[in-house]
Design a protein around this ligand. Sequence first.
Ligand code: FES
Length: 108
Amino acid sequence: MPLVTYVEAGGIPHTVDVAVGENVMRGALNNDLPGIVGECGGGLACATCHCYVDEAWLAKTGGPSSQDETDMLDSTSAEVKPSSRLSCQIVLSAELDGLIVHLPETQY
Ligand code: FES
């Protein structure tokens, strides 16, 4: 399974296995990691799964996957950056093994 590293806003990293086909938000929740809420369960209706894709991975993850994701990013509590994504919209593939995402200071 691909490894994903979630780096808390304070700098603490957590590396976990996330199954291919699963999304990055669910990977955090399934492993009880702090920093991602995922209130709407991946329905693009909450923006509490905001993350910043590590610069080294931006080319592989690409930008927002839809206009709905872009629109919902306007609702995040933390600063939106060029690397901002809603983690429920990043689906793991073998190509993303080693993915690193940084978590914002707040999701509310
Ligand atoms: S979990 Fe609600 S938008 Fe991602």
